[in-house]
Design a protein around this ligand. Sequence first.
Ligand code: NAP
Length: 337
Amino acid sequence: MTSVTSHSINHPDEQVIRIFLGGKHVTHKVVIIGSGPAGLTAAIYAARAELQPLVIEGFMKGGMPGGQLMSTGEVENFPGFPEGVQGADLIQKLKQQAERFGATFLMEDVETADLTGSIKKLTTTSGENISANSVIIATGARAKLLNLPSVETFWGKGVSACAMCDGALPIFRNQPVAVIGGGDSALEEAGLLSKFASKVYLIHRRDEFRASKAMQKKVFDNPKIEVVYNSVLEEICGGDLVESIKLKNVKTNEVTEVPMKGVFMSIGHSPNADFAKGQLELDPAGYIKTAKPTTKTNLDGVFACGDVIDPNYRQAIVAAGTGCMAAMDAERWLSSQ
Ligand code: NAP
């Protein structure tokens, strides 16, 4: 018979919370969903507060474990790294730091969540049932795609939303590729792709970038990048793979077909909060609402941090900061119960 280990959590409704995990009952005071800078910082703080957090890292839904930094190259603006740091290395270090203080990790997606009761119930994609007193949601955001049938047709056949993941593939080497967007991500991706492609067309719907001036300078100084302003993607054409794109100039309505082997979408992100719909209060864009200046959601014992609450800043350092806040809010809330 399996021995049951449990810890009293002094909850008013239930003294003992058991989670059946790997054949052994364990107790989770805090479960953190997401493993980007927000989730991992929450894990460091919660672990140091001796809350033994379980981090459900994510797997396929809404990106990859570690979040958007995993597909970011060099991060030059995270404090403490004067020479810059690779996004994936930063995530690795944050994870090691959380592990050092006792956080445990589960590389799965949350499939369903019942967050309304005093005991929060989560089910992962593989059917694992997890219960917790408190939950910190740090599920981040995922890439938006243009709503064109040809984007779906050529997805994975020349169309991508991650230059860092796919840019070095043989089909794009020494070939013309396009990046759609005018934010920091689009300009960063254009620079990255210019290392592999013969030419990068940076296609923006307006005549002004919203990206930072520093990022713009890099693009303007790069002879392999051609900026195409006031233009939108009408269609992606090809056979088995992408062969060309049709661009419409929004000022003249003229449509031009340009030979192209790759199309990289970089038009922003959507929050990964679908699993909480109907329970958590979301803003019209789908971001989880929190009672600022705290990370409390409308549900008792549920906290949210990182890009899933942040349509404005969306920076790793801000996500880390709100992750810290969420862990402190959760700890205080648990103590008050
Ligand atoms: P973003 O700043 O929201 O930019 C999205 C871009 O896509 C905008 O230029 C927007 O055009 C365009 N766009 C949106 N919908 C479109 C559509 N349907 N068709 C055509 N174009 C469309 O997103 P982001 O670039 O992913 O950046 C997100 C955040 O991360 C920002 O805060 C950014 O500063 C930060 N970031 C920082 C770095 C860095 O510092 N190294 C790198 C990457 C990202 P409009 O401009 O016309 O709205």
